[in-house]
Design a protein around this ligand. Sequence first.
Ligand SMILES: *Cc1c(COP(=O)(O)O)cnc(C)c1O
Length: 463
Amino acid sequence: MVQATNGQRPVFRTFQRRNMEDIPGFDRLTEHQQLVTDVVSRVLPFKTNNYVCEQLIDWDNIPDDPIYQLTFPQEGMIDPEHFATIADMVRAELPAKEIDEVARNIQRSLNPHPSGQVAMNVPQVDGEPMPGMQHKYDETVLFFPAQGQTCHAYCTYCFRWPQFVKLDDLKFATKEGGNLVRYLRAHPEATDVLFTGGDPMIMRTEILRRYIEPLLEPEFERLTIRIGTKAGAYWPHRFVDDKDADETLRLFDDITAAGRHLAIMGHYSHPVELATEASEKAVRNILNTGAVIRCQAPLIRHVNDDSKIWADMIRREVKLGCIPYYMFVERDTGAKRYFELPLERALDVYNGAFRDVSGLGRTMRGPSMSATPGKVQVLDIMQVNGEKVFAMRMLQGRNADWTNRIFFAAYDPTAVWWDDLKPAPFDDGFFFDPELNEMHLAAVAAADAPVPVNLGRKEPSSA
Ligand SMILES: *Cc1c(COP(=O)(O)O)cnc(C)c1O
């Protein structure tokens, strides 16, 4: 067990394919499940740890256990032909290099960079690109510290999976905290900095402090500091009793003492993650620094596709003093077909959970899609002008003027993602189409490179 006893510090231990036989519980898997772990992890990133395996996974409930589904590769995550090809190579004990080559090609077919992330969101200062940042919405700059580009365990649904498999050099990372400071000076409209990754809490506090301290200077009084992390779920000892925990809490204290608002954007996917002694203590310790915790997660088939699970999770969050924030729709990348749910079903889960919690839990917005034009919420299904439509709301627009606009999309019971949606039959197109088109052309011109046109839908509305 990893629980600290009498001053003994819990030790963090990771497991990947190379040491998968050491996983506590691995011998509980059937031979086929073990093969699946080996085969699928050649294509999709796989990493788990001792806390996840010992405290979160119920090994009597394999393969249905939600945290097993969340952190272990499953057969259905890649195409059957791909699975068969690699399984044959693994069984034949071919050299890893040969298998890797085949796996690379499969990876490239999995839409590694959805929603124009690379072409449209890389900011510049004085004409110099800032590759470790993203600035899509005026208020919030995303910062990807170079040392934070991994996690305590990998979620099988991760939309940033390409950066963990070294598919290419497009991962958003920067070594330069200096760039961030320069960029924020040039952009007074940015009120929030979101440290993200990977998981910034994978970094030693000493490094994290180096990035954050400059932002505590008086010139940045306007800033809110956000840290996106799943450490509270995957390694809560980070905030309780591992060797760096005290330093971390001291840094959080210093941030709030400097008058900055510190928002921990906690990634919690299932109530189990908030039901251990360590995870509850982690929340309490973080809140005691004056930080707030806002919780968000995607809705994922096999993991949390049930309104009761969300209601339970929301209630736990509120009870512990956290604020439910977003329910996301799983992005169109990686093993999406394994995880995806129709938008109609996502709305049902959201509404079911919403109905089941008090007003304090109804701060969670969703189901929300981070798509090319912005964050788009599915609001309802209704009849308008005699047509069945999805009512949608632009929670965040690539152009701030779009914020909060309500619009419609044709009802489609099979739609699982933004790309599947078309304008309602009575509309000429989505209201933002002309402007988005212009932005896209401008971004392509700025990047000075031909970029595949992807307006966030398969068919541009020409009607
Ligand atoms: C969600 C998101 C943000 C932050 O949006 P809030 O609604 O302010 O939390 C910033 N940038 C990107 C790219 C996002 O997807």
